[in-house]
Design a protein around this ligand. Structure first.
Ligand code: ADP
Length: 670
């Protein structure tokens, strides 16, 4: 019993001792923690560094304020929590528990990067330095010092990504990319640089530019450029010849940029190179081809202009004599032949006129002469010249208008030509049914709309664009079915545009076409209702009352024998004509005797042109009021204006009909 109580006493005292020891340890721990708290408050809490203390069993002993704040927790919420399951994403727990083991079992320091889970589920990337805290030789707990590298990592990722992209661009670009150090030696060389210059990267690295690709004669110049780059005083864009590994000369565009370090110190140059040898060659060829085309175009215009001029003079003979023959011949069959020749001649004239107009348009020598005209009268007149053609084809050709008279200010010649071309085509391309020409006022009555509608062959959709181009037709080449030279619509379109209008086409294959021309009326500027006389100066010319008594005498300056003959025949019985073949001769004659009128060919084959001769005659006192009429094969739009300016009273173009010349002359004296 005594023994038993002794044993109990011993046990109690042992227990007491252990309790005391434990208490002491706890107090120590508390004291340590207390001093640690001071430490926290001073150092740990005032940095942005994360700080944790963790027990061997993984329980969180302590977390500093910056980390709590970053994770969105309060101290209460985290103390005593199992660190791995609370703050580490599942997929990283394994890795981290091995690190914890290193710290707690092997007492090793650790360095690692891992994600920390915030309260709201965000993940922060933290770089950790771990250290075991020993008590004597025993492990007590470990601490972790962490730096939040989330943003830095993101920035690094971005830099890495853009570096990758850049290097992929440099790798794949068709431009050569070369990097140089400050001594002009290669530090990098992409695939395209290899393709352009022939050297592989290995061959090029470390080599000076002069050893590789700079031709001898420009080495000094290029080094200067390089120095400009290094001193940042230019050289960013340069084009120069280079030489390839095979010794071939090539032309390159260089785009250069200096490379600097963080302190702004120049560390080298980056160059992008475009091999423009082929491009340059192609451009040169294109320029040459363009110049050639322009030259040919000019030649074509000159040729067409000369040709039509040259053809006009003989046409005076053909059309003039045939007109006389038509009247003189009595045998009906021969008369028919004469009519054929006349018609063929007229067609040839049409073509010549079109060509002349085209050259005039192309050389921009066309000027608009506005006058007031009654469009109804002009359309009717033009239309009537096709009545016979329509009747021969057995188709109708009608004109419709709701008004009797419709005045507009426009260029009469252009206007007539527009109507002529459209009606001509409509009749030409219609085999059954017919053609209706109509006129209306539209757009607040400020525009004329002239429609030429036919029931002809129509124009296929895919050709409706090209027919406006010069010489283009729906059926072209040797297979073409219809006559014509493909200029009518080109000229029509140009005239309509020059007159401030527009032209529209609606057409269906096999059913017919409608061309609608819109032209401004310009009514406001119309002051009189009557049409102006065709030639302004005619009225100023004194009129002789009694024509019957004595024929007027004309002096005709003409070097072409046939034209002289034709004029004689045309004016027989109405005017007395005397001819001279040169300017000089004519002036002498005019001095000897006063003529009532002068007819003047412009292109006289003598030193003196018709224009000079006319000026000289005008200078003579007695010829002040005598009409001088230009008779010329220079018969383009705007020429009349030119001759009137040069002092001529009027102008008639070759070839002319008997009626044309008589009407013109009679105007002076009737
Ligand atoms: P050309 O009549 O001398 O051939 P154009 O320039 O006047 O020249 O016309 C060009 C082409 O447009 C014609 O060849 C023809 O194919 C087509 N064309 C013009 N007008 C008509 C129309 N009224 N009906 C059918 N085709 C037309």
């Amino acid at each position: 019993m005594e023994d038993k109580s002794k044993k109990q006493e011993e046990l109690a005292s042992q227990l007491n001792n252990r309790l005391l020891q434990q208490l002491e340890e706890n107090i120590k721990l508390i004291e340590e923690l207390e001093s640690q708290r001071d430490f926290n408050n001073t150092l740990i809490q005032s940095t942005s560094v994360f700080f944790v203390a963790i027990e061997a069993n993984g329980k969180l002993l302590m977390m500093n304020d910056p980390m709590l704040k970053a994770l969105g927790y309060t101290k209460k919420e985290v103390l005593g929590k199992d660190y791995l399951t609370t703050f580490v994403p599942t997929n990283e727990r394994n890795k981290l528990s091995k690190i914890f083991e290193k710290l707690s079992r092997l007492h090793q320091r650790t360095f690692n990067e891992n994600h920390v889970l915030a309260k709201d589920g965000r993940l922060l990337l933290v770089e950790w330095h771990g250290a075991p805290i020993l008590k004597g030789k025993e492990f007590d707990y470990f601490i972790g010092l962490g730096i939040d590298i989330t943003e830095r990592k993101q920035a690094e990722d971005k830099i890495r990504e853009s570096q990758q992209r850049l290097s992929s661009h440099l790798h794949n670009t068709p431009l050569g990319a070369i990097f140089w150090d400050v001594d002009f030696k290669v530090t990098d060389w992409n695939n395209s640089a290899k393709k352009i210059f022939g050297y592989s990267k290995e061959e090029a690295l470390g080599k000076h530019a002069n050893e590789l690709i700079i031709p001898k004669e420009i080495q000094v110049q290029i080094e200067n450029v390089f120095n400009h780059l290094l001193t940042q005083t230019g050289g960013e864009k340069i084009t120069n010849e280079n030489i390839t590994k095979e010794g071939k000369r090539i032309l390159c565009d260089w785009y250069n940029d200096v490379l600097t370090d963080l302190n702004g110190k120049v560390t080298g140059v980056a160059s992008l190179i475009d091999d423009i040898t082929d491009k340059k060659k192609m451009t040169t060829e294109l320029i040459k081809a363009k110049e050639k085309a322009e030259e040919l175009h000019k030649l074509k215009s000159n040729f067409l202009s000369n040709m039509s001029h040259e053809l006009r003079t003989p046409m005076v003979g053909i059309l003039g004599f045939i007109e006389i023959l038509e009247n003189e011949i009595e045998k009906p069959e021969l008369q028919k032949y004469a009519t054929f020749i006349h018609e063929a001649g007229n067609r040839l004239m049409e073509s010549l006129n079109l060509i002349l107009n085209l050259t005039k348009i192309e050389t921009k020598k066309m000027s608009i002469e506005l006058s007031k005209i009654d469009v109804i009268k002009n359309i009717k007149k033009t239309k009537s010249t096709f009545d016979k053609m329509a009747a021969d084809k057995n188709i109708y050709l009608i004109f419709e208008s709701t008004v009797e008279q419709l005045e507009a200010e426009t260029d009469e010649k252009m206007f007539d030509q527009i109507i002529n071309n459209l009606v001509n085509n409509a009749v030409k391309f219609t085999e059954k049914g017919g053609v209706t020409v109509s006129v209306n006022k539209i757009r607040n009555k400020s525009y004329l709309e002239i429609k030429v509608k036919d029931t002809g062959i129509g124009i296929p959709k895919d050709k409706q664009e090209i027919i406006w181009e010069e010489f283009r037709q729906v059926s072209e080449g040797t297979e073409r079915v219809f006559e014509g030279i493909g200029l009518g619509l080109t000229i029509t379109n140009n005239f309509v545009n020059q007159l401030g209008g527009e032209i529209k086409l609606k057409s269906e294959l096999g059913k017919g076409s409608t061309f609608a021309v819109l032209l401004p009326i310009r009514e406001k500027s119309i002051s009189t209702k009557t049409k102006e006389p065709a030639f302004d100066k005619i009225t100023e010319t004194p009129k002789t009352k009694d024509r019957q008594e004595e024929l007027k005498t004309l002096l005709y300056f003409e070097d072409d024998m046939i034209s002289r003959e034709v004029i004689h025949l045309f004016l027989r019985g109405r005017y007395k004509v005397e001819c001279v073949i040169s300017g000089e001769e004519g002036i002498e004659k005019a001095k000897e005797k006063k003529y009532d009128g002068i007819l003047m060919n412009i292109n006289l084959q003598s030193k003196m042109t018709g224009i000079t001769a006319a000026e000289k005659i005008k200078e003579m006192e007695e010829y002040k009021d005598v009409p001088i009429i230009a008779v010329t094969a220079y018969a383009m739009f705007g020429d009349r204006e030119k001759y009137l300016k040069a002092g001529f009273t009027n102008y008639i173009s070759k070839p002319f009909s008997k009626n044309d010349i008589i009407e013109l002359l009679d105007n002076f004296w009737e």
